[in-house]
Write a protein that binds this ligand. Structure first.
Ligand code: ZN
Length: 181
């Protein structure tokens, strides 16, 4: 089990970090430190926006708290604590996904189209429940998966992953070539 540290280092950890492969198991509101979650959200949103992401989960910065932040289409930045997925729609949809832990790697992943979710806000009291669809549903499911110690690339075949990685490498080379010129 990963223990929270009293240091808040809001930086992305590398893909092999154990936090990314272990289910998050620390309730943010019982954390044995004086965590200021309102401030921690600000740090996470800053990192998320800087990297042009729409979601960032605690394991991605090396912690095991059951929380993530995401940018919702209507309400904007939201900190999501102790999330649950209560129901999945039967309809599924394939969408292209990226992940801040794997820059420039884009993979088509099939997931349920809508999800009924519940979670708490940073005060630990305000409860939210409802259906999400579109990008909100997609992002919530992706971040929720991080809290289970899984990654978006676990959802596709080895062949599909290899293809996506080749595409990323090609793209990286193009960028490096352009930078040299
Ligand atoms: Zn991710």
């Amino acid at each position: 089990m990963l223990e929270p540290t009293d240091k808040w280092l809001c930086e992305l950890v590398e893909p092999r970090h154990p936090a990314l492969h272990t289910p998050a198991n620390i309730d943010p509101f019982t954390a044995p430190d004086d965590a200021n979650w309102a401030q921690r959200e600000v740090d996470m949103f800053e990192l998320m926006h800087k990297r042009h992401g729409i979601g960032l989960a605690s394991p991605q910065i090396g912690n095991s708290y059951t929380m993530f932040v995401m940018n919702m289409q209507d309400t904007g930045d939201v900190g999501v604590y102790n999330p649950k997925i209560l129901e999945f729609s039967e309809e599924t949809i394939q969408m292209e996904e990226g992940c801040l832990t794997f820059p420039l790697l884009y993979i088509h992943v099939t997931r349920p189209e809508k999800v009924k979710v519940s979670y708490t806000l940073y005060d630990g009291k305000t409860e939210v429940e409802g259906w999400l669809e579109g990008m909100d549903s997609r992002c919530f499911q992706h971040e929720f998966e991080h809290l289970q110690g899984k990654l978006f690339l676990d959802n596709v075949s080895e062949l599909k992953l290899q293809r996506a990685m080749k595409k990323r490498d090609k793209y990286l080379k193009e960028i490096q070539r352009k930078v040299k010129i």
